[in-house]
Design a protein around this ligand. Structure first.
Ligand SMILES: *[C@@H]1O[C@H](CO)[C@@H](O)[C@H](O)[C@H]1NC(C)=O
Length: 180
């Protein structure tokens, strides 16, 4: 029973949404970003972290803490830059979440949700677990009102001078609903 409750407590349940692993379940740092009441955001922006891939929760959490260290300790940001981060363990990890402004796409942070898949997807695509998780997160963000129903899906490279989210992943998301 205790174990059962523990697993429920680490999952943030939002109606119509896949399970999302709370920030407090992978990090001991506190976000210093403030919540902002923003209208439904018109863009979902897909990123890759251009770092290591991870295929189980232990590795994914470790990788998240590395990225967080880089963003918070070295870049002095108020939190990890992305709104959500996805691993090839199939899990969705909360970063700044839905109510904070990310630091992932210049000029678009306030009007988008930044979703990043851990790994470098220049020449290989993320596995199907990660791709499914990303699609399900986008869908639920729209049905929950965090993304506008008429949102546009973008790859980071469409909005800035970058390879992100990697050539291979970009080819995949171009076939997803509402890409444009
Ligand atoms: C999306 O819908 C909103 C609200 O109805 C509207 O103001 C906006 O122009 C629409 N955006 C696009 C890209 O169609």
């Amino acid at each position: 029973m205790k174990v059962f409750l523990f697993f429920f407590s680490i999952i943030l349940v939002v109606q119509g949404c896949p399970p999302i692993i709370k920030r407090s379940e992978w990090s001991t740092r506190t976000s210093h970003c403030v919540d902002k009441l923003l209208p439904s955001r018109p863009y979902a922006v897909i990123h890759h972290t251009a770092g290591n891939r991870c295929f189980n929760m232990v590795d994914c959490k470790r990788q998240l803490r590395n990225i967080e260290y880089y963003h918070m300790q070295e870049k002095k940001w108020c939190d990890i830059g992305y709104n959500f981060i996805i691993g090839e363990d199939g899990n969705i990890y909360e970063g700044r979440g839905w109510t904070k402004v990310g630091a992932h796409t210049m000029k678009y942070n306030r009007i988008s949700l930044g979703i990043s898949i851990m790994g470098d997807f220049m020449y290989v695509t993320p596995n199907s677990k990660a791709l499914k998780a990303a699609q399900s997160l986008i869908k639920c963000s729209a049905s929950s009102g965090y993304l506008a129903l008429n949102y546009t899906l973008k790859g980071h490279r469409q909005l800035g001078n970058t390879d992100c989210p990697g050539k291979a992943l970009y080819q995949v998301i171009k076939k997803w609903p509402r890409w444009g």
